[in-house]
Design a protein around this ligand. Structure first.
Ligand code: UD1
Ligand code: UDP
Length: 373
């Protein structure tokens, strides 16, 4: 009997990190009957990834609304997932990370007594408001899941300390699978060609807890940085959130050496990261990718659930204070030994084979998934 598996996601980072798992599962039609459900929590940013992989989902809930609230996303998805799972009764649902899509999928799978595999399990800040709501989303998914695919041993330890039920496997992060594959592909565009080698600063910011005053401070810092070091280009692919686009346009669009661009397809974006001198970000995924490239990352947040990169020296938590951000950039640009202390190439998040490990675990446990307990 084939195992009926649903792979599900709704946002850009989940898509980037679940496509390697989906692609790997699809190699074994003799074992698995795989369906892809996307929620459309993100629209353009999700479609960008699906297009790159040439994948058409089996089901698309298409729920995104402009400036949607967490309540709206949750309400829309509970009904859609609930009805789908009740009708289709898959043996296993694979969710990713900490988004509202992942939480509701896990919740509704549990209500239908369907087993859950949690990809990128066990990351913790232990601060319920940072990242918000992701920290608690991820903790709750661990309560529902039977299989926890932890990217690192620290993440697995977190789960053990919480006495979660189910089995824990250390697999590496599938972000690194995607990064390695993408960097092998040729990529170029006009802006990437135009920015000088060693003269690009990449910025991304989108976290809910940074919306408002914190993001204003980040943008003030970037403005000053662009004026102080005019020989550098700041490249900022702006998240599709209208609140962010409005503020970024208001505050940064007049600066000659700040390039506000639409979200870059992931193959291209990995090439941008690879050419960057410094990366400033509040993104989770970028904190995982940068250590594999040996790039200094200033993390625009107060906490991180990715401590391995900090311990390795690639990441530094700088928060959102304007002067602190400027001082850190100044140190990196003016002090080459300080800069070098960030540039060890390390792979604390995996070796590019995480998807294969996850699928191997599922193959070895085929019987377990069909027993409902
Ligand atoms: C979500 C995740 C966050 C993840 C981020 C990745 C939750 C609670 N948060 O946050 O963990 O880091 O995605 O980017 O699930 N929008 C568009 N087009 C798009 C995508 C977004 O217009 O393709 C706009 C919509 O107006 C939407 C807003 O962006 O209301 C925010 O999107 P949403 O998914 O609600 O939250 P994110 O901040 O993106
Ligand atoms: N990314 C991308 N294009 C961009 C910016 C980011 O493909 O213009 C990728 C990035 O390499 C990483 C992922 O998107 O793999 C991170 O997504 P995001 O920052 O939106 O979410 P988070 O990781 O914080 O949940």
């Amino acid at each position: 009997m084939k195992l009926k598996i649903v792979v599900t996601f709704g946002t850009r980072p989940e898509a980037i990190k679940m496509m390697p798992v989906y692609t790997e599962l699809k190699k074994y039609p003799e074992y698995f009957d795989v369906s892809l459900i996307v929620t459309g929590q993100h629209r353009e940013m999700l479609d960008q990834i699906l297009e790159i992989y040439g994948v058409v989902p089996d089901v698309d809930f298409n729920i995104m609304k402009s400036e949607q609230t967490l309540t709206e996303i949750t309400n829309a998805l509970e009904i859609k997932y609930g009805e789908y799972f009740e009708k289709e009764k898959p043996d296993l649902v694979l969710v990713h990370g900490d988004t509202t899509t992942a939480l509701v999928a896990a919740f509704e799978a549990f209500y239908n007594k369907i087993k859950i595999g949690h990809v990128e399990a066990g990351l913790r800040t232990h601060n319920r408001l940072n990242p918000f709501p992701e920290e608690i989303n991820r903790q709750l998914i661990a309560r529902f899941a039977s299989f926890h695919f932890a990217p690192t041993t620290q993440a697995a330890e977190n789960l053990k300390k919480e006495n979660v039920q189910g089995r824990i496997f250390v697999t590496g992060n599938t972000a690194i699978d995607a990064l390695f594959i993408n960097l092998e592909q040729q990529y170029d565009d006009e802006l990437l060609q135009k920015v000088e080698d060693d003269k690009m600063i990449v910025l991304t910011t989108h976290r809910r807890e940074n919306l408002g005053e914190a993001m204003r401070n980040i943008f003030l810092a970037m403005k000053e940085i662009s004026k102080t070091w005019p020989e550098y280009s700041v490249v900022y692919p702006v998240h599709m959130n209208p609140q962010i686009r409005k503020l970024a346009t208001e505050m940064l669009s007049k600066e000659k050496n700040i390039f506000l661009i639409p979200p870059v397809g992931v193959v291209g974006f990995h090439h941008y990261l690879n050419k960057a001198k410094i990366i400033l970000t509040d993104s989770g995924g970028i904190q995982e990718e940068a250590p594999s490239l040996g790039k200094p990352v200033l993390v625009l947040r107060e906490t991180t659930e990715r401590p391995e990169g900090v311990e390795n020296g690639n990441l530094r938590i700088v928060g959102t204070d304007k002067d602190r951000i400027i001082n850190e950039v100044q140190k990196l640009l003016n002090d080459s030994s300080y800069y070098k202390s960030f540039t060890d190439i390390a792979n604390p998040y995996g070796d590019g084979t995480a998807a294969k490990r996850i699928v191997d675990v599922i193959k070895k446990n085929l019987n377990y998934f069909t027993i409902h307990n």
